[in-house]
Design a protein around this ligand. Structure first.
Ligand code: ZN
Length: 419
């Protein structure tokens, strides 16, 4: 086992640990540790809400989820000799929940959660159809996830980190703030918002000295979106065995990681859409000097996905096109087409007795595949979502006999958060 260079004590809050991580991006957040090219090391990660979401049957905690506090990130870690213009090679050697037998109060201790965010607090990919908060708790047995809130399914987790990245330079940070600020200005009071501006409240900035804290907190970027540095890409295939090549924008690269997911479907569609957990991740790092120019990697990370994944061989797929639910034609809108494909899958699963919220939570959490199947056939984009048939305890395929199995409605059905 590689040496742990960022240790988290599960009984203490993120802010009360021996080494303090961060929840914003800024070039002045100093590294908490330095490693050398070629080193292997372990990092503990806290789930993105640092224990605010509980293993119970109420969704009130998801309704009230403290979005200003996310994401709790481990790092930054400096890589000796890294210079702007290099590519940082990050190999994921291993990743998993908190290595502990007993279940505990912290997600990652034998369990994790998926949430549908309410429209008033962030929303989701299908927020117009699902405006209220819901939660499903998943239990882990080895690699398998099951839920008392979504009965008669089990699947193998494709465990990964949702958020990894290098620190932005001051110039890159200014560019982010300018372009995201311009977008917000087009509709500043929209619910949910178009983007999240810097937010000094609840900012955790590692070892930024007190004299600089207020200024840095006012400039530092939120961690929700993916950007040129990687960030919250939520790519489910960045699992064990992956190799990612991140652009380096500051001396030392200042790499950070967090937001571990036991499993996630493509799109992370419920917003809190993966199975969120705390855990560990083992890395090997190296550098390609001058790699950004040599390989033309200036705009974002490139990667080789992991070669260890659940072996599903049969899929039931749903397609959608860029026509709104009201029948209005849109031009090659893949976002809308993927919404329609997901709604199509949700409708189908309700024929087997699932509540729509259960089907939605399942699509967020299970290793479903989402694809841009067609983007040129005017006026309709075609998006598809693939569900592994083997994750259902019953035969989910259509046949002339009609749905032969009904799960008992209401058993374990997740409850909407109270308003
Ligand atoms: Zn997450």
């Amino acid at each position: 086992m590689p040496q742990t260079i960022f240790k988290l004590d599960s009984s203490r809050k993120f802010e009360d640990q021996e080494k303090l991580g961060h929840n914003r991006w800024h070039p002045e957040i100093p590294p908490v540790a330095t490693v050398k090219p070629g080193d292997c090391f372990r990092v503990d990660c806290r789930e993105w809400f640092d224990g605010a979401i509980h293993n119970d049957d109420s969704a009130d905690d998801v309704r009230d989820a403290p979005l200003m506090t996310v994401h709790k990130l481990s790092g930054p870690f400096a890589i000796e000799g890294a210079k702007p213009g290099d590519l940082l090679i990050v190999d994921i050697l291993d990743v998993g929940p908190i290595p502990q037998e007993d279940s505990g109060p912290l997600a990652g201790q034998g369990w994790g959660y998926t949430g549908i965010f309410s429209k008033a607090n962030g929303g989701s990919f299908l927020t117009d159809q699902f405006p209220d908060a819901y939660k499903a708790v998943w239990d882990f047995k080895g690699q398998v996830a099951t839920s008392r809130h979504v009965p008669e399914v089990s699947f193998l987790g494709l465990t990964h980190s949702g958020l990894m990245g290098t620190a932005p330079s001051a110039d890159l940070l200014a560019k982010w703030n300018a372009r995201e600020g311009a977008l917000i200005a087009t509709d500043p009071h929209r619910v949910p918002p178009l983007a999240l501006p810097p937010e000094p409240r609840e900012a955790v900035l590692g070892g930024v000295p007190e004299k600089d804290f207020e200024r840095v907190a006012g400039e530092a970027a939120r961690t929700a979106p993916p950007r040129e540095n990687g960030g919250n890409q939520d790519i489910k295939n960045l699992s064990k065995g992956s190799r990612i090549f991140y652009p380096v924008y500051v001396d030392g690269a200042n790499f950070s990681v967090g937001d571990l997911h036991f499993s996630q479907g493509d799109g992370e569609i419920t917003f809190c859409g993966a199975i969120e957990m705390s855990g560990f991740i083992d890395f090997h790092v190296d550098l390609i000097k001058g790699g950004m120019a040599a390989y033309g990697v200036g705009e974002n990370a490139i990667f080789m996905p992991g070669r260890v994944e659940p072996r599903y061989s049969e899929w039931l797929a749903f397609s959608g096109t860029s026509v709104t639910l009201k029948g209005e034609q849109r031009y090659l809108d893949s976002f809308l087409a993927y919404q329609r494909a997901c709604l199509h899958a949700i409708d189908y699963l309700t024929k087997f007795g699932y509540a729509p919220e259960q089907a939605f939570l399942l699509l967020g959490a299970a290793p479903i595949e989402g694809r841009h199947s067609g983007v040129v056939d005017i006026p309709n984009a075609c998006s598809t979502v693939y569900l592994p048939t083997a994750m259902f305890d019953f035969d989910v395929r259509p046949s002339a006999k009609g749905p032969q199995h009904k799960i008992n409605p209401g058993i374990g059905a997740p409850r909407a958060a109270s308003r």
